[in-house]
Design a protein around this ligand. Structure first.
Ligand code: LLP
Length: 437
């Protein structure tokens, strides 16, 4: 059965329609493999996310996690909705600033910030979530050299267990991120920072994991963070003005996956915050959230052309398409499921079991196995869903494949927002050493 989320349509030619445009026309016009992002869907998701929290708390900042998709146009769409940014590298910070997001609405995260990154962050008034004691020393020193005070918070590790892929579970005590809460390290960090001249301690931050579809871990995170906020106030008399819960709200990838609505998280998290603020007489903090995947994942599809169909006497049927792990690494890296359909045959029955391979020379290069699709032929157009987050952003040039182009569609209009790489792009940075010339 064809499974489409509400922002997709089909037309009377039996084709998939995205952002008001026939997917087959998009592929013909812009070539394949092609990433397509639906602007209205991104806006809808942002508004839904923001409302989930701002309906319940007056002071809310939604900082889009650029790592999901740092394309300038995508960031621009979110900036125009009023989003802030969560960045974790110098270039993400520069993209956010270039897109017009003010420094005070940007949070800088990560466990390995360089001197240059911190200089740029401090100069732009960005909130730096400090990950370890040495970084705290470094921030204080750099701020002093710049003659500025750095706005900081601490990334704390609240030890929350999350049912997700181990590579993207980040809130466990043994993970590499943040200050340990249970042993008192986190409190110690606040104590040290309070004595430093060049830092202004304003925030607390945690991110417990990604692709979470349960409410309970977010509630546990809120309990643990707010308990620490109260302790910091009581023991050190520091008022935490920004409580940053990170990102992590997942999306349904499989037809049978349930959906976690942001309002469900909003309801529980804000309830915890209100309770602590009331009982412990805390000042009302600004609540920050850093969604990446939720905002952009299902707005994006990848269109790929079927090149070959291979049938074996005892199965399986393999089709190969022109996008593989170079264009989308999530299936190979995490065993991730991405739903696949044939965009030019959406009215036909999905009654053939098919393995979908990419063009690269390794067996791990597949996008899906044992998928139910219509009978496939050369020239069909495969559509891979929910790739707007961590799709093009994690693509590579493995086997010298140029990275795909990306097109933004909006109510019948389409424009390239990232052009396809060329041979020149691929070889531009290579040099022949003198002794080989
Ligand atoms: N904030 C911080 C500090 C993060 O580390 C992340 C993601 C986010 C926010 C956004 O999380 P989201 O809302 O997107 O779940 N490459 C993996 C995902 C890695 C996520 C890493 N951190 C994937 O393809 O599933």
């Amino acid at each position: 059965m064809l499974m489409l989320k509400s922002h997709f349509k089909t037309n009377n030619r039996g084709h998939l329609v995205i952002g008001g445009i026939d997917a087959v026309e998009l592929a013909d016009k812009f070539g394949t493999p092609l990433y397509v992002v639906d602007e209205q869907r991104v806006r809808e998701k942002y508004r839904n996310f923001h409302k989930a929290f701002s309906d319940r708390w007056s002071n809310v900042l939604v900082c889009y996690a650029l790592k999901a998709n740092s394309n300038l146009a995508v960031v621009r769409v979110l900036q125009s909705e009023g989003a802030g940014a969560d960045v974790s590298s110098e270039n993400e910070l520069r993209i956010a600033i270039d897109a017009g997001i003010p420094g005070e609405n940007i949070v800088f995260n990560g466990n390995h910030k360089t001197q240059r990154e911190m200089e740029l962050a401090i100069t732009n008034g960005v909130l730096i979530n400090v990950d370890n004691f040495q970084e705290l020393e470094a921030v204080d020193k750099i701020a002093s050299q710049l003659g500025k005070r750095a706005r900081i918070g601490f990334r704390v590790n609240p030890d929350v267990k999350t049912p997700t892929h181990p590579y993207i579970a980040t809130g466990l005590r043994e993970s590499k991120f943040g200050f340990d809460v249970a042993s008192g390290q986190a409190l110690k960090a606040y104590q040290l920072a309070a004595k430093m001249k060049n830092v202004e301690v304003v925030g607390i931050h945690a991110h417990i994991g990604s692709q979470l579809l349960d409410i309970a871990p977010f509630e546990e995170e809120a309990e643990k963070l707010m308990a620490l906020v109260a302790e910091i106030k009581e023991r050190l008399n520091i008022s935490i003005l920004f409580v940053d819960f990170g990102g992590g709200i997942g999306v349904p990838y499989k037809p049978e996956d349930r959906e976690l609505q942001p309002w469900m998280v909003g309801e529980r998290v804000v309830k915890v915050v209100k309770r602590f603020v009331g009982e412990k007489d805390l000042s009302e903090p600004m609540l920050i959230f850093e969604p990446g995947r939720y905002l952009v994942a299902d707005a994006g599809v990848l269109l790929a052309r079927v090149g070959y169909v291979k049938e074996r006497p005892n199965g399986p049927i393999w089709i190969s398409v022109d996008a593989g792990m170079n264009a989308l690494i999530r299936p190979a890296l995490y065993g991730a499921y991405h739903h696949i359909e044939l965009a030019n045959k959406v009215n036909q029955k999905n009654d053939v079991s098919i393995n979908v391979a990419g063009p690269l020379c390794e067996s791990g290069d597949f996008l899906g196995k044992e998928r139910k699709l219509p009978k496939a032929e050369q020239g069909d157009l495969a559509v891979i869903f929910d790739v707007g987050a961590y799709g093009l952003a994690m693509s590579s040039q493995h086997t010298a494949q140029p990275r795909p182009a990306m097109v933004l569609v909006n109510s019948g209009e389409a424009e390239v927002i990232r052009r396809r790489e060329t041979f020149e792009d691929l070889t531009r940075l290579d040099r022949i050493p003198g002794w080989l010339k």
